[in-house]
Design a protein around this ligand. Structure first.
Ligand SMILES: [Fe+2]
Ligand SMILES: [Fe+2]
Length: 291
């Protein structure tokens, strides 16, 4: 049995997956939840309230009047941005920024995760593909296996990163060599222990490629695509750049099946959106990270 198996069979000190995130997701999934209720939820948490107010007054979103209350901020920013912040914060809080291995930069990790989440929720909403909040959550946790490796096997994951930087090989193969499982497989096993919803578990397992086993193919495809797209616009680790092409892209094909409007889109469409997207992602990242 390799050491990851030993670990999986014996863990009881696994960080608890934040109930706040799950509860909040439930609250916003209820159709009749009003902005006022969301505001009330936020007001109970002082860190969250401060972050929301800062974001509402940041130059990315606001070039005019000052926003002074959570109520105003919620109306001004709109529920999608607000939900993004609440979900990011509750999940990011679970993992302190400065523990684990040295080589995996947690700031880069969360930048990539928030960017993937933002893109996934935007595509889901713009093209009516999936519930945008669920897509956001899935995007945020898709690579959680990397963070868990960094947390529980810091030295081995440092070795993975160092090898990935030196060797001209896909880092996923290196993970398998060093630890016996890829970050997707390891993340999936932990997600099972956490009892995360099936579609989120599948995203964690299959975001590098759908298989015959994948049931929630569309959500997996949205995250798989957003993952590569976020790397394309600069939210990547130095060892894992992969170019984005729409032609013969399995994830994109899956998304086109769900909405034929996507057939009219080419790479240029995304190029036009990058500037604006990046500004919003930067603002989200800034307010999602604990200071
Ligand atoms: Fe990944
Ligand atoms: Fe990723």
């Amino acid at each position: 049995m390799n050491k990851v198996d030993v670990f999986l069979n014996s863990i009881n000190d696994l960080p608890v997956f934040p109930r706040t995130a799950i509860e909040f997701l439930k609250l916003i999934k209820k159709k009749e939840t009003s902005l006022a209720e969301i505001g009330e939820y936020i007001s109970k948490d002082s860190t969250l309230s401060t972050k929301i107010l800062k974001l509402a007054n940041s130059p990315y979103y606001n070039r005019g009047r000052e926003i002074r209350s959570i109520r105003q901020a919620v109306i001004f920013l709109g529920s999608d941005i607000i939900k993004g912040i609440v979900l990011s914060l509750s999940i990011i809080r679970m993992f302190p920024m400065k523990v684990g291995g040295k080589e995996l930069d947690r700031t880069l990790f969360w930048n990539h995760s928030v960017a993937t989440a933002f893109i996934a929720s935007k595509l889901s909403r713009d093209f009516e593909l999936w519930d945008p909040d669920e897509a956001y959550t899935a995007g945020l946790v898709h690579d959680i296996g990397k963070l868990l490796y960094n947390q529980f096997f810091p030295e081995d994951y440092d070795t993975v990163v160092k090898k990935a930087l030196k060797e001209d090989r896909n880092y996923i193969e290196i993970e398998k060599d060093v630890l016996g499982y890829t970050h997707s497989e390891f993340g999936f096993k932990i997600a099972e222990k956490w009892n995360l919803p099936e579609e989120i578990r599948e995203v964690i397992r299959d975001h590098h490629g759908v298989t015959n086993e994948t049931k929630n193919r569309l959500l997996v495809a949205i995250i798989g695509f957003s993952n590569v797209f976020s790397k394309q616009i600069g939210y990547n680790f130095p060892w894992e750049f992969e170019p984005l092409t729409l032609k013969n892209n399995v994830f994109w094909n899956e998304m086109m099946k769900a909405n034929s409007k996507l057939k009219e889109i080419d790479e240029a469409f995304f190029t036009f959106q990058i500037r604006e997207m990046k500004d919003k992602i930067e603002a989200l990242i800034k307010e999602s990270m604990e200071v």
